[in-house]
Structure formats: C-alpha cells, structure tokens
Design a protein around this ligand. Structure first.
Ligand code: CEZ
Length: 794
C-alpha cells in the first residue's frame, strides 16, 4: 500500500488479497458506482428512483445501500479474462473470478477515476473507469502492451455482468450496427397503471466496444458451462460461440483476438450502462466513443468532481491527515450535498445535515435546500420524515415510520450557513407549507418547528420519542405514546439555545417574549433531564412507555449511550463536574482504538421496550459500533466544553488511514458510517469498516475542522479567530476561504505569549474578529497561541 501526492492524491493498493473489501466510489447526479479492488462493482442509477442495470444473478430486494456489503462469486462485476493463445493459459483481471496471483497489481483511486495497473505474462495492462458529468454510462479503457522481446498472441474477453433483469422478459444479443451487446428486459409489474408509468424506464443494458469483436457471448449460464466462472467452458474453444440469451440470464462478453509485437500496444474502449432504447445507445456512442470524446468526458467529469473543493486547506505536517482533510473529506461531503445519497426522499435530518456541509462548498445550494425543507413542513410545525426531491417522489422505507426529531436540525445546522455567509435575507423569505398555501417567513417556520417540539413533551417536560429519534431503530421505547428520549430532550434544548444565540448574533427580529420563552424552556428541559435522567456518572438514554429508565448502570446491556452525554454538553445540561464524570465513564466503557462506541455493552438479545436496535448484531451499526456520526457529535461537544486534546485525539482515530487499513479493511478515501464496536465482547471483529460511505459524519467533521480545530468561524461582523489546537500539534498552517476572501494562516503555539496574538498582514489585531476582509483579496494571518497543556482539562 502506498500513497502518492501528485497535486491530487491517488491512493494505491498493491495487492488484491490484503484488503479484499477495499473500494473506491464514483458518482454523478444520476448514478453511483462502488468499485471493489478485485473487480466487483455495485452500481445504481436514478430513473428517478434507484434502479439497476448490472444485477445480481438472483432477484434482488430493493433497499438502501447496506453496510458491510458482501461479495460472492457471481456478484456483479467487470472482469477481463485474458488468454495467452500461445500457452493456452488464462487469467482474469483485475483479479476475480480466477484469482490468479499476478506479477504486479496496483489498484489506484483517483479523484475522478479508478484504475488498475497490472503486469502478467510479460504484458502491461491498464484498466480504467470513469463516469461522465451527467450521463448514465460507465466509460472503460483497457490497454495492453507487450513488454517482451517476442511476439505474443492473446485474446482479451471483457466480461460485464448484466444479471437477472426480470422474471417477465429478458434477453440479450449482439447488435452489429451498434457493435454492442444489448440486453432487453421488462421491469416486472402487476397493476395496469404501472404499465404506463414504466414506459419511461430504462430497461435495456448495453455494452459497447470501439473495436469489432472476434466473437461474443451473451448467455451467462452457457458461457460458464460446466467449468464455472473459474474455468468458463466458453473459453476452451478458440472463439466464443456468439450465443444469445433468450429468457436466460444475460451477460456481456466479447472476445478480441490480438497479436502483439514486442512493445506494441492495443487499447480498447468500452461503454456500459442503461438506456431506454437503441437510439439512446447511438447518442451515447456519438458523445463518448473515440479518443477526443473520451478525453473531453474525462475532463468534464474531473471538473464536476473538483467542484467538491471546500473552504479549508491545511498543512499540519502529517501528509495522510492533510490529504484526507484537504481532498477526500470534501469529496465525500460534496457527494452527500450534491446528490443526497441518491435518494428521492432523503430523511429530513440527513438532508439538513448533508446540506450543512454544502455551506462549506457552495452555500447557494444550502440555501435552496433549507427553503425546500421548510416548504414541506406542516402548518402545525411538524417537519416531514423525508424531503421529497421531485414531484413524483414518495416517502418510502424508514420514512414511513414516525420519528420525533426532525424539527431540531434546522436551527442547529442553520448556524453554519449563517456563519459562512451572514445571509440574513434567507430568514425573511416567505415560504408556504406542505398542507397550506399560507406564506410565512423562514423565521416563522423555524419557530413553528420549535413550538411543535415543545408541545411534544410529557408532564415532566421530556420529549416523546414515538418510533425513533436520531436513532432510527430505537423504535419500541415510545411506540405506545408514552416513552421519552433523553437525547431528543437535550437536542431540543440545544436547538432552542442555538436559535436564540443566532437571534442575538445576527440581530434577528424575534419577539422578545418568544425569545424569553425559548431560553426558559431550554433551561427547564435541562433541569428535567437532570432531575429524571442523571444516574450516578452519566445521563440515561430515556424512559420507556412503561416508565422504565434505561441506559444506566442498572442495565446489563446498553448501560451507557454516547448521544445523551454529548448533547448534554451542547445543551448546557451538564455542569463541569458532570462533564468530567461522563468523560471518565466514556473513556472507561466506550473508547476503542478506532474511536468511541455509541453504546456499551452491545445488546445480545431483543429488548422489547427498546426495539429493533437491540436485534442488530452486537457491535454493528447503532448497536454499539463506533458509529461515526455519533462519535463526531461527541467530538464537537468536547470542543464546546474546551476538551480540545481529547477532541483531537478522537477525531484522528476516526480518520481512515493507510496505517490502520489492515484493521479497518478500507482505504483512506472516505469516512465509513461505522467501524465495528462491541470492543470488549467481540474484539476480533472490532474496528472493521462498514465500507459504507453514506454518513452524516462528514459535514460535522468538516465543521469541527474549520470552526473548532482551526477556529476560523464566521460571525455577524466577520471571521472570529479562536483555534482549539491540541498540545500535540505545535503548528498548523493553511488557507481558509471565507466569504470569498482568501486568508492564508499560520497558527503556532509558543511559550513567548500568554494570550493569543493576531497579526493580519503584519498588523496587530485587537480582539479576535477580522472585520475588514474583502471578497477576492488575499490575506496573511499569523496566530500565536500560548503553549497548550497536555492535560485534557483545559
Ligand atoms: O441509517 C441512518 C440514518 O440515515 O441511521 C442513523 C440516522 O440518524 C440516519 O438518519 C442512526 O440511526 O436500521 C436502520 O434503519 C438504520 O438506522 C440505517 O438505516 C442507517 C444506516 O446507517 C443507513 O446509512
């Protein structure tokens, strides 16, 4: 494994065996593909609901992208069998399905391409894939060069899975005029109405080549024959048998017989994707086939992904940390903000948090998203379960279950938007409701959401949890209508305080009585949480429908939950003593080498007054993994209470790196939604990555880096400077783009000062707010900080 920094970094893996599940991902607004180092691919496109064009060999359930996705021998993939015609030996590239050890192997993840560089049989092979900016197409390049002194005779056989398309109708054959294998299907349905709706579906998958094949094969079973994928029978004969699939599982295989003189090389270009009809294949061929078309597409796609550049670049003298922060993290944050995890009804909390991250990249998009979100609020203040992104979209899966937390996110996340832009005009936008054409200001929408939350409380003033809060699968604590959530109560208090703080900072015109009411309510919630839920050293997680307090020392499993502790620091419920108690309990029970677990011990059996979370495998997802979204809340909270050393330590643990790759099993190109937890129960699996790059972690992590670690946070009058540098980091420099001003900064800890000193373009700044920054101008900021103590308590 090795990393190379060439402007934009490429992450390289030099073995297909060491990290067999390692993946990279590419996306555009219409599709996403996760590519495994061994050649397996998981891909889907939007039409507008997520759909497949390269299916598994069996009927697949439609679901969201799952963690710890497992690969199996007939898993969809893009493979290239390669026959040495002189010796008859066959291998498959990049590695599956034949699994022959290759002389040289390198799996390389770039910003906008995924590439393998391979050597075997004296041949040098490059396989590369990229997407396009907006079309539904995978663009592949296969090039092979003879490195030896003798002439070689080879056959290259791309094998692209099409899979089980439909039980009603599926077939595939070679279309000579297109030079493509074309597989047709009919999406199964029952209702007549669906016939009309399905008419627009892209039920055809095509695989097109720039070179006419020697022969082809489109029938998966027949191709394999008795040999199986390891020794496909169809490869025994000199040429493939040109076999169609007629209500048989399609596959796209072509054969290119090719002599190669010493040093000679040959390149093939392939296009693969879904279409509605063959005329679309023609259009795509025109647009993307050919050298110059390919170069153009690569460039525009690169430009698209490069829009992920965000507002911070750092240099901390740790290349892999910097590379992740400067490049891979914004890339992942942009993926979330720009395509909403490829769903048409993102959960409201995800939508709002993912768009918080967008405020660091392209704040206009955040603005539009927040307006759209409140336009789907009910006039009684309830925020929807999910935000519908187009007119035909419907609330599906998890969005049909009532969760009680959707109202808290807007005021909390809005503060990043305002800090980045100071755009108070958003607050006076007049916006209608899901169930009323009455127009109300954005301010009013926020207040309605807060009022709704305040009304959804029990006699103690604690928030009802219904069938879940931030924690989706905590669905049976309150399904009878009585159970309450500590976390949601605290999040409500925090949302109220955040809104009041924003009103002060940005001079928002809020009725004084309302303001007082909110401050009072936040205090009352904090008091109620202390009264009913503080148990010894930490806050319990909630009270069930039948009045059982859970998440305390009395429980054998699920004794301590992370979220209530983190959010009590945010809401102000925890005093300093409590904070220290909680931090100690967390470090004893929840900290692992990969970060902080979200609860412990993980549940090993169903608890019927808690719910589905307890049925998840211990250490997986919400049942006590290092759930990074929860971990980043804790880190953010630690920064708020001045625990800067600990916050940084945990933040570093969260980042994937080449150093911990053998434990996590993934490459450092994204934060996974979790690392396996249950550290004390199942230590052997602990630390494994979920390999799932959909996570609410990214925007909060970026927020921690910008606003807390670097301490370059916007406010009404400018850029407030208050770095929270840990003792372990002597110096930190970089660039912060703030309201279009370019601020190059150098932060340094030194014994020479007792208080922070700021120089802007060599002029001393009094106070810590840079009020004079102009868009388009460059500045040099020097920050000298007194030496930070190693002590965690600041
Ligand atoms: O989904 C996430 C949600 O997208 O789980 C988080 C929640 O805050 C996010 O909004 C914590 O519960 O069992 C389930 O339904 C799970 O809850 C998953 O759907 C979970 C997955 O990690 C999906 O990415």
């Amino acid at each position: 494994i090795d990393t190379e920094l060439d402007g934009l970094s490429r992450i390289k893996l030099s073995s297909p065996i060491k990290l067999p599940n390692a993946t990279g991902y590419l996306w555009n607004r219409a599709m996403v593909m996760q590519v495994n180092c061994r050649g397996y691919v998981n891909s889907q496109f939007m039409q507008p609901e997520p759909a497949k064009y390269s299916y598994a060999p069996n009927m697949e359930a439609k679901s969201f992208i799952q963690p710890e996705h497992s690969y199996f021998s007939h898993h969809p993939g893009r493979f290239f069998y390669l026959k040495d015609e002189d010796s008859g030996e066959i291998i498959s590239l990049p590695y599956e399905p034949k699994r022959v050890q290759l002389d040289k192997f390198s799996f390389e993840l770039g910003n906008s391409d995924i590439t393998w560089l391979i050597e075997h049989f004296g041949l040098q092979i490059t396989i590369k894939v990229n997407l396009t900016k907006e079309d539904l197409i995978e663009c592949w390049l296969f090039s092979v060069k003879n490195l030896t002194e003798t002439k070689k005779n080879i056959s290259v056989y791309p094998y692209f899975s099409i899979g089980y398309m439909s039980w009603m109708n599926q077939s595939a054959t070679f279309d000579k005029s297109l030079n493509a294998i074309v597989a047709h299907s009919v999406t199964p349905y029952q209702k007549v109405a669906d016939y009309f709706a399905n008419k627009q579906l892209k039920d055809t998958t095509f695989f097109l080549s720039d070179t006419p094949p020697t022969a082809w094969h489109a029938n998966q079973k027949d191709f394999e024959g008795e040999g199986g994928l390891h020794q496909p029978s169809a490869l025994v004969a000199e040429n493939l048998g040109n076999v169609e699939a007629r209500y048989e599982t399609p596959v796209a295989v072509m054969q290119f017989q090719q002599p190669l003189l010493p040093n000679e090389h040959k390149t093939y270009q392939f296009l693969f994707g879904p279409v509605k009809d063959t005329s679309e294949i023609d259009e795509l061929r025109e647009k993307y086939l050919g050298h110059s078309q390919r170069q153009k597409a690569i460039k525009t796609y690169h430009e698209y992904i490069s829009q992920s550049e965000a507002c911070l670049t750092i240099n901390s003298n740790n290349d892999s940390f910097d590379d992740f922060v400067n490049h891979w993290l914004p890339r992942q944050m942009y993926y979330h903000g720009d395509v909403n995890r490829l769903s048409t009804d993102p959960q409201t909390r995800n939508y709002i948090q993912d768009n918080m991250g967008m405020a660091f990249i392209n704040s206009k998009q955040t603005r539009e998203a927040y307006i759209l979100a409140v336009s789907q609020q009910a006039i009684n203040g309830a925020m929807p379960e999910g935000v519908l992104l187009h007119s035909d979209a419907k609330l599906k899966y998890i969005n049909q279950v009532p969760h009680a937390d959707h109202g808290v996110w807007l005021p909390i996340c809005l503060s990043v938007y305002l800090n980045e832009t100071a755009d108070v005009s958003l607050l006076s936008e007049m916006i209608t409701f899901a169930d009323s054409s009455q127009e109300q200001s954005f301010i009013c929408h926020i207040e309605l959401a807060l009022d709704y939350l305040l009304n959804a409380t029990d006699r103690r003033g604690l928030s009802f949890i219904e069938q879940g809060d931030w924690c989706d699968p905590m669905n049976m604590v309150g399904y009878k209508g009585q159970g309450v959530s500590t976390w949601l109560s605290l999040a409500t208090a925090y949302a109220l305080n955040t809104w009041c703080d924003l009103c002060n900072e940005y001079n928002i015109d809020i009725n004084q009585q309302k303001y007082n009411e909110y401050r009072f309510a936040a205090k009352a919630i904090n008091a109620a949480v202390n009264k009913y839920l503080w148990h010894g050293q930490w806050f319990a997680r909630g009270i069930t429908d039948d009045g059982r307090v859970f998440g305390t020392d009395k429980d054998l499993e699920g004794k301590i939950f992370l979220n209530p502790q983190s959010w009590s620091m945010l809401s102000g419920a925890a005093n300093e003593h409590q904070q220290l108690d909680m931090i100690e309990a967390i470090s004893e029970q929840l900290i692992t080498p990969q970060g902080v677990m979200m609860l412990a011990p993980s549940y090993t059996r169903m608890v019927e007054d808690i719910g589905r979370i307890t049925q998840k495998h211990p250490g997986v997802s919400e049942n006590g993994s290092v759930y990074n979204h929860a971990a980043i809340f804790y880190i953010y909270a630690l920064y708020q209470v001045g625990q800067n050393n600990l916050a940084f330590e945990l933040l570093c643990k969260m980042l994937p790196s080449l150093d911990n790759a053998e434990i996590t099993g993934q490459l450092p190109v994204y934060i996974p939604n979790y690392y396996r937890g249950a550290f004390y129960q199942f230590p052997e699996q602990a630390g494994r990555s979920s390999h799932l790059f959909n996570t609410g972690t990214t925007s909060w992590l970026y927020r921690c880096l910008v606003e807390e670690l670097c301490g370059l946070k916007g406010c009404a009058s400018g850029l407030r400077v208050a770095p929270k540098i840990p003792a372990s980091l002597q110096k930190l420099s970089g660039q912060r783009i703030f309201r279009e001003a370019i601020v190059n900064f150098d932060i340094e800890q030194t014994k020479e000062v007792l208080n922070m000193e700021l120089l802007l373009d060599k002029h001393i700044i009094t106070g810590n707010v840079l009020t004079c920054l102009q868009a388009g101008q460059h500045y040099q900021l020097q920050v000298r900080l007194p030496k930070v103590s190693e002590d965690n308590v600041q």
